[in-house]
Structures are given as structure tokens and as C-alpha cells.
Design a protein. Structure first.
Length: 209
């Protein structure tokens, strides 16, 4: 979609400064954009049900709050692309957002160029992970807080945290048992986890389950 075309964007975030900042950045790329804002999940769902949007930008907190809203919007308006802004780089939250139906993911600390690139890609119907997200890595973020998990490792860990067995995961992902186990071991190592209980605690702490 070209910048000269009229674009309707709904920004969902409880933080006023974030909403205003996003509008200022996007206005330079899309001068004819129509903005609306939502400060709560209830307001967001009401605005989504009232009309179609070219794009919904949804803020997710560090605790993963907002994922339930994402899921509801995807059910209510599956044709509406959603760009998720994460509070900090986290591979599992990024993976969870994409599994729920998000078209893109970008973590806080992104540049104007990052945002413009991701928004353009999503408006063109593509799925895009911004460079600041944990899914793609960012050398400025300490390894301990930003594990460089692959998409497959993230999916396996999320499935394990949800209580699925190796056989079930292998069948769903069309992988061998050995490959699933390898992804699990790599993921555990990157996250610094020792057991499935540790993984479940991590998932619960980050509101992934």
C-alpha cells in the first residue's frame, strides 16, 4: 500500500506518550492516515467491532497483558492485520503473538525506520518480525533477557508448557521425536531452564499460559 493512499489505523495502548509518538512517526509516512485510539481492551474491541481497519497496532505489556485482546480481535476480525508492540524483547511472547494471529511483532526500542518498515510490510499483507524483537536478535540486549530462540524452538517450548507430550508435538509439527527433543534441549539451554517445571513457571510469569 502506497503512503499517499488513505490508511485507517487503530492504536491500542494504555500509554498516552506511546500513542502520540506512534502517530507522529506514522504521519510522516502516511500523511492521509485516519487515526483512532483505544486505551483499554474493552474500548479496543468496541472500535474493532464498529468498523474495518487497515491496521491495528496493539501494545503488549512486559507481563504479556494484551495477548487475550489480540486473540479476541483475530477471532472477531480475522481479516484485520495486527502489529504487536512488545514491552521488551521476549521470544516466547513474540511466538505466542504470531500463533494467535498477529501479522507482525516489534519490541520497544525500535527506530522510526524499524516501525515504518514493519508497518509497510504488514499493510502489504506480509508477516514481519522487526529487528528489535527477540525472534530476530538484537546485540544491544543482554543475552540473559533476550534468548535467541528460533521459531521452531519457541513453538516446541510453548507446546511443552501447555502440557503436550513429545509425541503430540512431533505429530502436530510434522517432526521426528528426536528433532523435537533437540529443540527442547536447545530452548532450555538458551533460557537457562533445568526442567519442565522451570519452563511452566517461566510461561506463567510471562502470562504465556
Amino acid at each position: 500500500m502506497q503512503p499517499a493512499q488513505k490508511v485507517s489505523i487503530l492504536i491500542v495502548d494504555r500509554r498516552l506518550l506511546v500513542r502520540e509518538g506512534l502517530k507522529q512517526i506514522l504521519l510522516s509516512e502516511y500523511p492521509h492516515v485516519v487515526f483512532r485510539e483505544a486505551r483499554s481492551s474493552e474500548e479496543a474491541l468496541a472500535r474493532v467491532s464498529g468498523r474495518l481497519w487497515n491496521l491495528v497496532i496493539l501494545g503488549i505489556t512486559a507481563a504479556g497483558e494484551g495477548l487475550s485482546v489480540l486473540q479476541k480481535i483475530c477471532v472477531q476480525r480475522p481479516e484485520t492485520p495486527i502489529l504487536v508492540l512488545g514491552a521488551y524483547p521476549d521470544a516466547l511472547i513474540a511466538a505466542r503473538a504470531l500463533q494467535f494471529g498477529a501479522a507482525g511483532y516489534l519490541s520497544d526500542g525500535f527506530s522510526r525506520a524499524d516501525l515504518a518498515k514493519v508497518v509497510a510490510a504488514v499493510l502489504e499483507g506480509k508477516r514481519h518480525i522487526g529487528p528489535s524483537s527477540a525472534m530476530g536478535g538484537d546485540d544491544r540486549t543482554p543475552k540473559a533477557s533476550q534468548p535467541d530462540l528460533s521459531a521452531q524452538e519457541s513453538k516446541v517450548l510453548l507446546a511443552i508448557a501447555a502440557g503436550k507430550r513429545t509425541g503430540e508435538i512431533a505429530t502436530e509439527m510434522k517432526l521426528s521425536h528426536k528433532t523435537v527433543s533437540t529443540y527442547k534441549l536447545r530452548g532450555f539451554h538458551k533460557l537457562g531452564l533445568k526442567s519442565t517445571a522451570d519452563l511452566v513457571r517461566y510461561a506463567m510469569k510471562n502470562k504465556l499460559m
